[in-house]
Structure formats: C-alpha cells, structure tokens
Design a protein around this ligand. Sequence first.
Ligand code: ZN
Length: 298
Amino acid sequence: MTAAFDAPPVLFTLPDRNARGRFVRLDTVLNDILGAHDYPTAIKHVLAEAITLVALMGSLMKQDGGQLTMQAQTEGGIVELLVVDYRDGELRGHVRFDRNRLAQLGANPSLFALFGKGYLAITFDQSFGKGRYQGIVPLDDVSLAAACESYFCQSEQVPTLIRIAIESDSRGCRSAGYLVQHLAEGEEGRERLHVRLDHPEWEHVAILSATLSHGELLDPAVDGRALLWRLFHEEDEVRASDGTVLTKGCRCNVDHIRDVIGRFPQSEQADMVSDNGMIVVDCAFCSRAFQIAPVAPG
Ligand SMILES: [Zn+2]
C-alpha cells in the first residue's frame, strides 16, 4: 500500500485554540488483526471502526505501558461482545456474535441492528499506579465514533469531534481516523472548560474539522500533515509530530494460560482434555490455539 497508510499516527496541537488532535490511517495492521478471524463483512467493518477509534484514543496516552480498552457489551444483541485494546502502539481486538442471526440481516446493518440495547465502556489504565478511569455510555448513537464523542463530552467534559472512514475491496480493508478535542486552558491545575459555556475558539476548530470528507480521510495522495495543512493553514501555529507506530500485538502467553488452568481442580481439568490428552485453549484475540497438558496440583 502507499506510504500514506501504515504511517505513524500524527499528533497535533493548535496552541492558540487550546486544541489537540490525532490522525491515523491503518492498512496492514488492520488486515493483520481482521485476518486472524473469519468474520463476515458487517462484523469486519464494526471491528475496523473500533480498532481505528482505539488507535486514535490510545495515541492520546503517554507511551509508558498504560492500556486503553474499549468494550461494547449488549443484552441480546447480535454482537454480544466487542473488545479492542491498545498498549504502547500494540492493537488487538475480537468480536463475539451470533452468526445465524447476522445472516438474516440485510447488507450494511445499522449499529442498532447489531448491538440492540448495548453499552460502550472505555477504560484508560495508566501505568505506575497513576489510576484507572472508566466511562460508560449507551450505544444508542448512530456509530461507535459518535458513542466515543459522547464518552469524552460526558465522562471527561472534553468537547471532542471524531471522524472515521473505512473502505474495503479485494485488497483488504483500510481505515482513517481523525480526532480533535478542546483542552482546558493551561491544561492541568486550572478550572475545567465546561464551566464556561461559550468556546468560540473551539467552535472554529470543530467547524473546520467537520468539513473533512470520507474521500479526503482515505485519499492516499494526501498524507496526515497535508490534510492538517488543508484544514488549518490560516492558523498562526500548528504543531505536528509522529506518534508511536501502530502494530498488531497480542499478549496471550502459554505460561499465563497454564497458570489459569492450574487453578481448576483436577476433575474439571479432566473434563477439558481433548482426544490427544491435551487441553486446547484458543486466544479470542489472535485465534492462536494453545495445547496445554493438564496441570498437577502444586
Ligand atoms: Zn492472542
């Protein structure tokens, strides 16, 4: 694919507008994650959107081992569970869904058709004991991106605009994501923004950002910095830098799985063994199958 995809995320700030943003484009990483599963197109698309959102939000964190997790859960939805997480540029994700019910839906089902009554939980787990924040928003918006905007606006009181574009063809799936948000003036230690009702400098950023089209987001001829220039060339200052390169990563490991199995009593382990005498455990994220011998009590 062209260099415009698989480039590191672009981190940017507009100092005079108290705004910061992120721009990502995914190709190889996305197809590596999607390729580990045999998902129908509608599920691939919703997972691609979630991965792109998590890449954007993960790029907001300091890269020091903290983790961001997005989890969508439903009561009786076709999608039962969707989980995507991020740590230091490593992304992984999977979806559990009802294949038979999905097959009865037409092409391009709406978010509501897939999730029904559902909730989206976003958890920022900072490393070094710096705390864990979780926000939960209902999935009654038109898209996962809109639900993430609600998360920032409601749980964090940070006005945020997000745009996601996804396309797929015989070569695979490509996505682009743009996030911009209004920070409290002077950032930490000051009064939070929401106490003020008018944010003219933010309105301007939001209006310009809202002009981004699906085609521009995915246009390989225009890279992230060129896109920012297009939007903000009249600003006095736009600072841009490269974020942590995004990769597919899974933290499943055989020792951890053996440890978990060892916590089951011998009789239950005996029920888990397959014909070859081994317990087979699949990683839901990367679809690797681990063959583990029953663990004797320690
Ligand atoms: Zn795995």
